[in-house]
Design a protein around this ligand. Structure first.
Ligand SMILES: NC(=O)c1ccc[n+]([C@@H]2O[C@H](COP(=O)([O-])OP(=O)(O)OC[C@H]3O[C@@H](n4cnc5c(N)ncnc54)[C@H](OP(=O)(O)O)[C@@H]3O)[C@@H](O)[C@H]2O)c1
Length: 361
């Protein structure tokens, strides 16, 4: 019998679900056992259910092609065959909240890519290099849910990954005011150019709900655990504009920062390249060796050249320079469906396994 943990993917046929499948092919700790999607896909083989919708650059893994897709809503049946699930279903926020808790109540941990539970006080929202200690609130969540093993843990929005780790690396210089404009890829909306031809050569200056998430979610990452819940940080103040651009994968952020303790440029670069956390310490399978690279060239980072840095789990930063109004400005780039979605969730699950929160049933 395999010693690997058996994994289910909720929303397996979608863009993020497909990314989970691609990332988990040959994973040393996790084995994809069960795939679930809407009732439209249930009963079909994965290959039939996805049809022409496969959006990854790599071919669909043979191991999943003949798995018969289950209905996400048949919680007991899906949960019975797995040790934990990744969630990437696209339903209403209330439906997602409810169904993720139903899975947790079957003693099946849920590692979610969805935003529904990001502000539930006892649900940890984690970037493992930034705030792995927030997983502590799982104990109080389990009490609320009446479970021994089941819980929900989430990762934050894709848009913040190009600047939140950078600001974390600079914490000791006390950033207090941040202006960020994000240039976001169409895969963040689950789309390719084939699905969304109007995006070719176009820019759309609105992504629903994205600016609130981009301004508020970093504060929750920098918050602390108090009486079994997360209390968010109060600073820095962040204001954002989020813009959809004609790029397939890769969210770029142009960012201005003011510091209470203004550092030199050399100090800032030194903090970036030496930034590491628990995943690096534990050498987790999906951890980038270097989380943030600094690029000296004036024309980097570029989406086409740099989005896959560290297999899409690293962040590329460049154009760091002093500013006339703010102290410094820079440009950051991260892969929105890898670090920003499925890859970030896989790294959370690896951290949860390493810390004993996810075990075999
Ligand atoms: N794309 C990104 O970069 C990204 C980043 C962060 C967060 N997210 C979030 O992750 C979730 C998935 O995003 P996506 O881009 O992968 O979406 P997507 O490509 O539209 O996929 C949606 C998935 O949910 C399933 N689904 C849809 N309606 C359902 C229902 N009523 N009941 C059960 N299953 C249902 C679909 O199954 P069928 O194929 O059977 O319809 C499919 O598997 C969304 O909540 C999104 O906001 C996405």
């Amino acid at each position: 019998m395999s010693e690997k943990l058996r994994v289910g993917i909720l929303g397996a046929t979608g863009m993020v679900g497909q990314r989970f499948i691609a990332l988990l092919e040959n994973h040393p700790w996790f084995e994809v056992k069960t795939l679930a999607a809407s009732p439209r896909s249930a009963g079909k083989t994965y290959e039939e259910a996805v049809g022409g919708r496969w959006k990854m650059d790599t071919p669909m893994p043979e191991a999943v092609k003949n798995i018969v897709v289950k209905n996400v809503n048949e919680v007991e049946e899906v949960a019975a065959s797995v040790d934990f699930v990744f969630s990437a279903v696209d339903m209403s926020k209330d439906e997602i909240k409810k169904i993720e808790e139903e899975y947790a109540k079957t003693e099946t941990p849920v590692v979610s890519n969805n935003s529904a539970h990001r502000w539930t006080p006892d649900v940890p929202m984690v970037v493992p290099e930034i705030n792995p200690e927030h997983f502590e609130v799982i104990e109080s969540q389990k009490k609320r849910l009446g479970t021994t093993k089941g819980f929900v843990a989430v990762k934050p929005n894709c848009s913040i990954q190009s600047y939140a780790p950078v600001l974390t690396a600079w914490k000791e210089f006390e950033p207090y005011e941040v202006v960020a404009t994000t240039y976001q890829a169409i895969s963040g909306a689950g789309k390719t150019f084939k699905d969304w031809p109007e995006m070719e050569g176009n820019i759309i200056p609105f992504i629903g709900g994205e600016e609130e998430k981009s301004e508020q979610e970093p504060l929750r990452l920098w918050g602390h655990v108090e009486n079994g819940v997360i209390v968010k940080a109060e600073t820095p103040v962040i204001t954002t504009q989020c813009i959809r651009v004609p790029v397939l994968n890769g969210h770029t952020a142009a960012v201005f920062v003011k510091f209470k303790k203004k550092p030199t440029k050399e100090q800032l670069i030194e903090k970036l390249v030496n930034f590491k956390g628990l995943p690096q310490e534990l050498e987790l399978p999906s951890a980038p060796k270097q989380m943030i690279q600094y690029m000296e060239e004036d024309n980097r980072p570029q989406v086409t050249l740099d989005v896959n840095y560290e297999n899409g789990m690293g962040i590329s930063v460049g154009r760091l320079r002093e500013d006339t109004v703010y102290d410094y400005k820079f440009v950051g780039l991260s892969h929105n469906t890898v670090r920003g979605a499925a890859g970030g969730a896989v790294l959370c699950a690896e951290t949860l396994k390493a810390k004993g929160y996810i075990t075999k049933k």
